[in-house]
Design a protein around this ligand. Structure first.
Ligand SMILES: O=C([O-])CC(=O)C(=O)O
Ligand SMILES: [Mg+2]
Length: 386
């Protein structure tokens, strides 16, 4: 068994939206296909992967460094004892001659290939990835996964009515938690936006807000003082993602749940957040996204690290809105997953026919990550390799 080809294409996922830090007018991602020599139903098994929104396509790194290292490794060195592709060994081949620290965006390039590797491995096992992960971890899978709707971006010409209509669309589709951006407007304006959404939420539904790392400590605290009257689902990424002291000090001013971690790209960065960020295991949420942070091989190390610090994996709700994290959530008992019902298509979302009911979806029993169940996405993927 061996990997015979790794292909990459950088594709646009541009959109006229903005958060407090960036706009998405030139956003791209890398789509990757890992082609194996395993034949199923007369066709080679191909794993697919892509990176989450927020970082750009990684074609250069993938083509110059990471794909060649896998393709030139001795094929047997990438197999486990059962002679099956071993994601850990493939990961180690990609990381050959890479220094520790300064994780930059190579973690995105590796994470994208890693997603495709796991898709292939689960397809070769003829199992949904979430079942494979649960079996390997000797835990019970739970195909019912909490999902929340992320949106509420700043958008030229979009007023309070537009924001309310967007949120109503998510509620109508079965979501019980919705998320909107803050920090891209003055505090008083953001409070009006928040109150507009809170007013329309039925009982039992909640709002999360996301500042995308925009604030210095004083601004983060000023927002905390205004936000704590609202009973929010969470207050996300108030300050710079690497400013652990800011995060820790903010907890003195904000008793409600906070969330962060989408821009921490390694187990070591995640560990620094846990060690020094003052995050509270009884109420806060961790958003590490494997598709940006060296993939599931690294995410498993992050989960072990969390366990050693006494954190439950149910406090993790990853960023990114992709099916990879849905599988990790269903297989390993994470708290849920992000979803962007109207954005970043065809990459985000669920297999066709999957509906959100009372804020949860149920994973279909599709081999691999489940991309074959989403017709617009698999069409795109097969145009890269089939
Ligand atoms: O706007 C973005 O960059 C995406 C984001 O923070 C999120 O989904 O939490
Ligand atoms: Mg965010």
């Amino acid at each position: 068994m061996r990997i015979v080809d790794i292909r990459e294409r950088t594709a646009p996922i541009s959109s006229p939206i903005a958060n407090a830090f960036i706009d998405f007018s030139k956003m791209t991602l890398s789509l990757v296909a890992v082609v194996t020599d395993v034949i199923r139903d007369g066709r080679p098994v191909i794993g697919y992967g892509f990176n989450s929104n927020g970082r750009y396509g990684q074609g250069g790194l993938i083509r110059e460094r990471f794909a060649p290292r896998v393709l030139t490794a001795a094929p047997d060195s990438l197999l486990d004892e059962a002679s099956l592709l071993d994601p850990g060994k493939i990961w180690a081949a990609m990381f050959t001659n890479e220094k520790p620290g300064g994780h930059g965006e190579r973690s995105v390039a590796i994470g994208t290939i890693d997603m495709a590797v796991w898709d292939a491995v689960a397809k070769i096992a003829s199992k949904p990835l979430f079942r494979l992960l649960a079996e390997r971890a000797k835990v019970q899978a739970n195909p019912r996964v909490f999902v929340y709707a992320a949106g509420g971006y700043y958008h030229p010409g979009k007023g309070l009515e537009g924001l309310a209509a967007e949120m109503q669309g998510y509620l109508d589709r079965g979501y019980t938690v919705v998320k909107m951006k803050i920090g891209g407007a003055p505090l008083a304006d953001d409070c009006k936006r928040i109150e507009t959404v809170l007013k329309m939420l039925p009982a039992g539904c909640k709002l999360a807000v996301d500042a995308n790392g925009r604030f210095d400590l004083d601004t983060a605290v000023a927002y905390a003082k205004a936000l704590r009257q609202y009973d929010l689902f969470w207050y996300e990424e108030a300050g710079d993602p690497l400013d652990y002291e800011l995060q820790a000090k903010l907890a003195e001013h904000y008793p409600g749940p906070m969330a962060t971690g989408e821009n921490l790209f390694s187990m070591q960065d995640a560990r620094n957040l846990i060690r020094y960020g003052g995050m509270r295991p009884d109420r806060d949420w961790l958003q590490f996204d494997c598709a940006l942070s060296y993939g599931l091989v690294e995410y498993l190390r992050t989960l072990e690290m969390l366990k050693s610090y006494g954190w439950s994996w149910s406090r993790c709700i990853p960023h990114g809105g992709h099916q990879m994290s849905l599988n990790i959530a269903a297989g390993l008992g994470l708290g849920g997953n992000e979803s962007y019902p109207d954005l970043f298509q065809p990459y985000g979302g669920f297999p066709d026919g999957v509906r959100v009911e009372a804020g949860h979806i149920t994973m279909p029993e599709l081999p691999g990550i489940g991309f074959e169940g989403k017709s617009d996405l698999i069409t795109e993927m097969r145009s890269l390799a089939s």
